[in-house]
Ligand binder design. Structure first.
Ligand SMILES: [Zn+2]
Length: 432
């Protein structure tokens, strides 16, 4: 009756010791002890089973290009954009596909099965869009990949910005992007937001803009984005990525802005690893963190999800396709280390991201898709602390990746012979 049963699982919401039965690509049962047997069984042994991770903000055309053609010396966003501009004319479709597929292999091993990637449309050759549309089809059996038409060099500022973005959408790219803070003037930025929201409304597509990725407290394109979202009736279908200027904005102004964003049901996508690395670069000390106001936005009821943004590319030399690493950084930068806080942070890389991406059948309830991960951690709190090992990654009821548990042998005479890095030493305090 079942294709696969996971025994003795702990769930992200705190339920413990449950069996999960998968059949026909869906979750068919979640019960204390499923009497039936299945072709394959996994003993979770009281470990956390979660829906897979979702990354709502990535750049798959740039990933794994570190060092091509050179390294980013200043470490700034602007040098990164310049460096990408040097690399772009050298890109070939074959090399783009090969790098993206290699990243997707890594993503699967990390339990990351849903990715929204921006695709740079600035080069009118559009090899980036061609390549990632091919990748999207190739990885569809194991990764749900959404693509955003992203005018990296500016919708108005790049010579072919407008036409190239339209052509990418004609080719089948799913979402309308933008970068208002990189247009030549604040006015051009605001006009680009309006024009791109109109394109999305006309084509019936969602919007996901790089918005206010700057330390400038006067960069206020998110206000325009919220207003145009309401004007064009796009509520709930628009994402504001980064929003780092909100970190530096005047508090009174933010008290007006956040309700406007809530009215427009803006999906907020901070990118903690990249924000902490790139923002505040022009500061001496004190040095701003630069990430947007996560706690306040969540408290106002906005849907906040975290993106990985970059892995080994012109902007970020680090990264490992690990959304728990992203969440771990978010806990630190947002200073959200309480028990409730950590649950909210875990939601931001799972259910909130799924909402941002509009995923159907995502979750851990009967009837949801049989896409699950088993982690080497007892619960959400431990998974975040340890960036826990992904023991099993399951897609449509089938194991597509497996990693051996991390158990260290000890040779200490009089001390235990081994230690499970998750559970063997922790205090019993709640929310340990
Ligand atoms: Zn980005």
């Amino acid at each position: 009756m079942f294709d696969l049963i996971i025994r003795n699982a702990n769930l992200p919401d705190g339920r413990q010791g449950l069996d999960i039965g998968l059949a026909g690509g869906r979750i068919a049962a979640i019960e204390k002890s499923i009497a039936a047997t299945a072709g394959e069984e996994i003993d979770a042994s009281g470990r956390l089973v979660s829906p897979p991770f979702c990354d709502p903000h990535f750049h798959m055309d740039a990933t794994l290009s570190l060092g091509m053609p050179r390294m980013n010396v200043s470490g700034t966003l602007l040098e990164g954009i310049g460096l990408w501009g040097e690399l772009r004319p050298l890109l070939t479709k074959e090399a783009l596909v090969e790098r993206a597929l290699r990243y997707c292999d890594l993503a699967v091993s990390q339990g990351l099965l849903y990715i929204r990637s921006h695709v740079d449309t600035s080069d009118p050759r559009l090899v980036t869009a061609e390549a990632l549309l091919e990748v999207k089809e190739k990885v569809a059996p194991y990764i749900n990949l959404q693509l955003v038409a992203f005018p990296q060099d500016g919708y108005y500022r790049a010579p072919d910005g407008i036409a190239s973005l339209e052509r990418a959408l004609d080719m089948g790219v799913d979402i309308v992007g933008g970068i208002p803070h990189f247009e030549r003037t604040m006015e051009d930025g605001a006009r680009s937001v309006e024009a791109l929201c109109r394109v999305a409304a006309d084509r019936g597509l969602p919007v996901d803009m790089h918005c206010d990725e700057t330390d400038d407290p006067m960069s206020r394109h998110i206000e325009t984005l919220a207003a145009q979202t309401v004007r064009f009736g796009l509520q709930g279908r628009v994402a504001g990525s980064h929003l780092t200027s909100m970190h530096s904005m005047d508090n009174y102004y933010v008290s007006k802005l956040i309700p406007l964003m809530a009215e427009a049901e803006i999906n907020v996508i901070p990118n903690p690893l990249i924000n902490i690395m790139l923002q505040g670069r022009h500061d001496t000390y004190p040095k701003r963190r630069g990430m947007t106001r996560v706690r306040e936005l969540m408290a106002a009821g906005l849907n906040v999800s975290f993106g990985h943004d970059c892995v080994m590319d012109p902007w970020y030399s680090m990264g490992s396709g690990d959304m728990l690493e992203v969440a771990h950084m978010a806990i630190h930068v947002a200073q959200m280390a309480g028990i409730e806080d950590k649950h909210k942070i875990f939601d931001a890389i799972t259910v909130n991201s799924a909402k941002t991406m509009g995923l159907e059948g995502y979750g851990l309830e009967v009837g949801c898709k049989a896409d699950l991960i088993v982690l080497q951690a007892a619960d959400v709190i431990e998974a975040l602390r340890l960036k826990a090992n992904r023991l099993f990654v399951i897609k449509s009821g089938k194991v597509i990746s497996r990693t051996a548990p991390r158990i260290s042998e000890l040779f200490l005479g009089g001390r235990p012979a081994s230690i499970d890095i998750g559970s063997d030493y922790v205090p019993s305090a709640p929310g340990r």
